[in-house]
Design a protein around this ligand. Structure first.
Ligand code: ADP
Length: 401
């Protein structure tokens, strides 16, 4: 089936047309600055080189019409007719407690996405705009919402409740939700396939380390715990996000610096993490280069980052009891051998022994980077969230989970 995967931001529309039978990406593109005057549209369709053009698009519906036009156009088309699109899969950030699985989009589902908008005010409303645009332009197509949070809805209460007065859970649904669910689920499936074992029979720790990072404990294919919480700010140190810290720290800074909640949120989300601590960049490549040249703060940033990751790996080992594989994925996880080597140091007693040579040469390919004598496997598994959304879309239509 050909699935159009759509991911809408407040002024952007990102898409991929995927043939699920072969996992082939037939076309992909990005429309940016929607509603902001000069709208930029870049796309790669078929084997043709990447093309960049300026278009008119006051809203997501107009942007979508441009995209669909290009998918069937004589010069850039990859389809003879839009009838060839089997379904549309949408990335939706927050499913709250309403969605344990991806869902066929109905009026009720749209209402639930709207209701969960309060939990993700920057993401759910634009995700919904994309859904409504597709409904308007392609009313006969089946649409599916794939939520970042749904995979983690299997977490037990003990993992997702904060020790706050219970009324805040009841009044405002304050609890841990977790994110990156599509990626964690995809790499878990791929890891099981690679190990030649049913996913239901193995326990995994999946480390999605990108600009945003999260670590998940997965037992028998189900998320048992994950490092991100009520928002994607909790957990390990990230590109520009602090990750977990003593909540008293932010009250103290707000008072001292006379900051509003919005300013404090910007500080924690945009100016902290790898960028804030290093004062160099949010990009690990630059941190590694500076650390190699002996820069103290770059070295410190690497150490603090890795320490925060190992805390979760250690905690999840205890929680899962037995871990068959630790999986690294996303920009840092797939490419940064230094971070992987530091993360897996001195784990022999826990049954994990890294093949240092293999680790150094592995970048972006599905590889077992543990020694053959290692009881637990250490895997690099490239993530593919768009493919997972396309597959989940097809499974929903086929009545599978
Ligand atoms: P996002 O969370 O935005 O999807 P990615 O998963 O693409 O991010 O990860 C982006 C990050 O991955 C970059 O900021 C950079 O820190 C890191 N990264 C990408 N390539 C490399 C590399 N070759 N070596 C080290 N880090 C890398």
């Amino acid at each position: 089936m050909k699935v159009l995967v759509v991911n809408c931001g407040s002024s952007s529309l990102k898409y991929q047309l995927i043939e699920t039978k072969t996992s082939e990406v037939l076309a992909k593109g990005l429309v940016e600055r929607i509603g902001l005057g000069e709208v930029e549209y870049s796309f790669t369709h078929g084997q043709k080189p990447k093309t960049k053009i300026g278009i008119q698009a006051k809203n997501h519906t107009e942007a979508l019409k441009e995209v669909l036009g290009k998918l069937v156009s004589p010069d850039h088309g990859v389809l003879t007719s839009l009838d060839e699109i089997g379904a549309i899969g949408h990335r939706v950030v927050h499913g709250g407690e309403s969605f344990y699985h991806s869902a066929l989009i109905t009026d009720e589902v749209i209402k639930a996405i709207e209701a969960n908008g309060e939990l993700a005010p920057l993401h759910n409303p634009p995700n919904l705009q994309g859904i409504l645009a597709c409904k308007e332009v392609l009313p006969s197509k089946k649409q599916v919402a794939v939520f970042d949070t749904a995979f983690h809805q299997t977490m037990p209460e003990r993992s997702y409740m904060y020790a706050l007065p219970y009324e805040y859970y009841e009044k405002y649904k304050i609890r841990r939700y977790g994110f990156h669910g599509t990626s964690h689920r995809y790499v878990a499936m791929k890891a099981a396939e690679f190990l030649g074992k049913p996913l239901e029979s193995i326990n995994l720790i999946t480390c999605h380390l990108g600009n945003g990072s999260s670590i998940t404990a997965i037992a028998g294919g189900k998320s048992m715990d994950t490092s991100m919480g009520f928002t994607p700010l909790e957990g390990v140190v990230m590109g520009t996000r602090s990750g977990s810290l003593d909540p008293a720290v932010l009250l103290y800074i707000m008072e001292k610096e006379n900051l509003t909640p919005k300013q404090m949120s910007d500080l924690l989300n945009k100016k902290s993490g790898i960028l804030g601590l290093s004062g160099i960049s949010n990009d690990m490549r630059e941190i590694n280069d500076a650390a190699d040249k002996g820069n103290h703060r770059a070295k410190l940033t690497l150490e603090v980052l890795v320490h925060s990751i190992r805390r979760y790996i250690g905690g999840y080992m205890v929680e899962l009891g037995r871990v068959d594989a630790i999986v690294f994925t996303a920009g840092i996880g797939e490419n940064d051998w230094v971070v992987r080597e530091m993360c897996m140091a001195n784990m022999e007693n826990w049954g994990f022994v890294l093949d240092k040579e293999k680790n150094r040469t592995t970048r972006g390919t599905l590889t077992d980077i543990s020694l053959s004598s290692s009881k637990g496997k250490i895997l690099v598994v490239p993530t593919n969230e768009e493919l997972m959304i396309a597959l989940e879309t097809q499974w929903v239509l086929e009545g599978k989970e």
